[in-house]
Design a protein around this ligand. Structure first.
Ligand SMILES: Nc1ncnc2c1ncn2[C@@H]1O[C@H](COP(=O)(O)OP(=O)(O)OP(=O)(O)O)[C@@H](O)[C@H]1O
Ligand SMILES: [Mg+2]
Length: 391
């Protein structure tokens, strides 16, 4: 007889499926409002920002689900690393990406007869002549290529769909391309009178902070929501929903421990749940503090390996030294710039660039001017365990 092995419903590597999605009510309400506006001919857009593992891809998957339920055609894009280096290649990428998505969308193919052949006529390419243009002219040429293609797509599907939603994941890669976000804003702003497109950018975006104090068209065109940690209630809801698929119950005290240790960070929550669940014996169907206790050392080991190390590794050796010293000198994960400068016996100009690097890489958060905190307490403990002389 084949023995059925109970599967572990928790997997931190995989974005949440819409049916297991919890929280984010404010962001989803805003998205629904944007959808309604867009469907009524007054398009609105937004952006989501969050550090690693905060749930950026998961919320896009949820938005995709909501948009489809509202009869929208959805394009979800990511992985441009390498393929997008300037505005012409961004234009190519968007048109080719959408073309690919349309060709693989069987519902669309069924709904609109002859659309397959039409899609194949979509052309992103810059002609030989256009490649020799100056940057400004290239931008204008790119904009008209994108507009032509996007208006064409909308006119083709407008009788069968209420709007087109473009979800752009890992948008920090686009932000690094000079002028790319401004280019998207200009293009879609012009499109708004002819076609119903709503855009969502999601990523570890820097523009909201960079521009918050100044006049910023980008901020107004892509208003930003920053994803926050889960509340205790959301964690509880998430765990119950997942466990109901395998007929297992979780003690309240275990949920409390997961909430406290994870600080509500989505990736950390799911990773902890996965390890606690792994301790369950075949004949057991209740997660208790004893399972939690047995899982503890593995949780830390795995988080360091899969999550903390890949975040710490890419920063420069000098920044590593400074960050290790900071972790050792502060008592709590929150600290003031002037306090660490004092404790490190270094000049503030020697410390500031490395603190900034850590903020850019998502290791430190900067809630207010001169105030910082490590993105997670467990990460700070991990850094504390390192030796600055090794770098
Ligand atoms: N709202 C949510 N409801 C349920 N689970 C979630 C939610 N948000 C995130 N998660 C879970 O947290 C983990 C990380 O989520 P996700 O991959 O979406 O984060 P991310 O911000 O896209 O990460 P990265 O920065 O690595 O791209 C996944 O296991 C996912 O299932
Ligand atoms: Mg992601």
């Amino acid at each position: 007889m084949v023995k059925i092995i109970r599967y572990n419903p928790f997997n931190p590597q995989v974005p949440a499926l819409p049916e297991f999605f919890v929280g984010r009510n404010k962001e989803l309400e805003e998205f629904q409002k944007n959808l309604a506006q867009t469907m009524h001919g007054s398009p609105m857009n937004m952006s989501i920002t969050g550090n690693r593992g905060m749930g950026k891809t998961s919320i896009l998957a949820k938005m995709e689900d909501l948009a489809r339920k509202n009869r929208c055609l959805v394009f979800r894009m990511s992985n441009y690393e390498g393929s997008v280096s300037d505005i012409p290649t961004l234009t190519d990428y968007l048109v080719l990406g959408i073309k690919q998505e349309m060709l693989s969308n069987s519902m669309l193919m069924e709904k609109i007869s002859g659309i397959g052949d039409w899609i194949k006529t979509l052309k992103p390419e810059f002609s030989y002549k256009e490649f020799s243009l100056r940057i400004e002219e290239k931008k204008i040429a790119a904009q008209s290529i994108l507009r032509k293609n996007f208006v064409g797509i909308w006119n083709k599907v407008r009788d069968d769909y209420s709007a087109i939603v473009v979800l752009i994941d890992e948008a920090e890669a686009l932000e690094r391309v000079e002028g790319a976000l401004e280019f998207l804003r200009e293009t879609f702003q012009r499109l708004a009178s002819e076609a119903k497109y709503s855009i969502v950018l999601s990523g570890k975006l820097n523009f909201p902070e960079r521009m918050s104090e100044s006049f910023s068209p980008l901020n107004r065109f892509f208003p930003t929501s920053a994803l926050e940690n889960f509340t205790k209630h959301e964690i509880s809801q998430y765990i119950d929903r997942k466990l109901s698929t395998v007929g297992v119950h979780c003690d309240e005290s275990v949920k409390m421990k997961i909430f406290e240790k994870s600080e509500g960070h989505p990736y950390v929550v799911v990773s902890m749940c996965a390890h606690v669940f792994d301790q369950l014996k075949e004949n057991e169907n209740r997660l208790t503090e004893s399972h939690y206790g047995m899982a503890s050392p593995r949780i830390l080991f795995q988080l360091e390996k899969d999550f903390f190390n890949p975040m710490f590794h890419p920063i420069s050796p000098k920044a590593k030294k400074v960050i290790i010293k900071v972790a050792k000198s502060v008592k709590r994960k929150e600290f003031l710039f002037k306090d660490v400068v004092g404790a490190l016996h270094m000049k503030s100009t020697e410390v500031a660039p490395y603190i900034q690097e850590a903020v850019r890489k998502g290791i430190l958060n900067k809630p207010r001017r001169a105030n910082y905190h490590f993105f997670h307490g467990l990460f700070m403990e991990f850094v504390k365990g390192k030796n600055e002389d090794d770098f």
